[in-house]
Design a protein around this ligand. Sequence first.
Ligand code: G3I
Length: 350
Amino acid sequence: KELTFKDAFKDQFVVGVALNTNQVAGHDPKAIELTKKHFNSIVAENCMKMANIHPREDHFFWEEADAFVEFGEANNMHIVGHTLVWHSQAGDWIFVDEEGQDVSRDVLIERMRHHIQTVVSRYKGRVKGWDVVNETILDDGSWRQSKWVEIIGPEFVQMAFEFAREADPEAELYYNDYSVSTPAKRDGIYYMVKDLIDKGVKIDAVGLQGHLTLPSPTVDEMEQAILKLASLGVKTMITELDITVLPWPSEQVTAEISLNYELEEKYNPYPNGISEEANAALMDKYRDFFEMFLRNSEHITRVTFWGVNDSQSWRNNWPIRGRMDYPLLFDRDYHAKPAVADILQMTQNK
Ligand code: G3I
């Protein structure tokens, strides 16, 4: 029988993938085939974000999120909700009154409560866990000065977790962030989570997004972050795994492109496919990280890829729109890259 991700890691952690609404709607059948074959967990790439699911104060848009949850249930998957409170992709309306002025602290707390509890109760008992708060600590460990912090204060995090717990006491509740292996950020998150635990707030896991680049972070840096957070007694998860093979554009390039988008193509280093060297480096990095996940599997409950295959990855559009990136383990033709067999084989030798 052909080895698959979900079977290879079944004794360690669930293996997931982010799906977009196009895929859930059935317009990308090959991606769905790979999803069913390899993964036992799914997360919504966009359709559960506040701006999508709650675009106006008096209106929730359930269609896409309902379809996503139904797909997960029909396929016996561990369903992850992403994300209840984020500074980005929040509805335009949420922070302001009719005159466009910031709402009061009490009003924003009530709007946040209503949002969280309406969404979480709709999927009570069906969504296994929620990214309750996303990306509120900056790389230097300080609080992001988002409208949530500005209007409510850092306590919005505790409130958000408590509102979610009230709505579905059984659901797992997560904090999720990127660049968690940056030491200052890792420590900022550590102290925020410690404070929640000290106050008796239910938090089950910290998600390390895992949007990696070839040079960084190193396996060791990410391992240190996992161990440090796990020392608090919470689980960790790798929630948005992908590895860009493209160089970070210089400020000059970014500036040039902002003036003329047609220049984007010129800065696409691999228009006809990834170079052998870059592909080999990508494969090595994936295998080394999965080895590390295996050796720390007592602390890791889930590893989720941020997309099924290269053609659908957000990386193609960031930080430069329209570049071709090759960050995932399945290519544009839905073929498994060599790392898939490598990683799966490794699990058999352990
Ligand atoms: O669906 C609209 C389409 O109707 C419209 O014509 C088009 C024009 O820009 O935009 C489309 O929406 C885009 C959406 O992705 C769906 O493709 C948004 O502009 C775009 O901003 C959005 O990007 C998403 C991004 O989060 C911002 O929400 C990416 O797909 C998604 O992969 C990315 O995921 C985030 C995680 O949620 C949190 N961690 C970082 C990660 C990567 O940025």
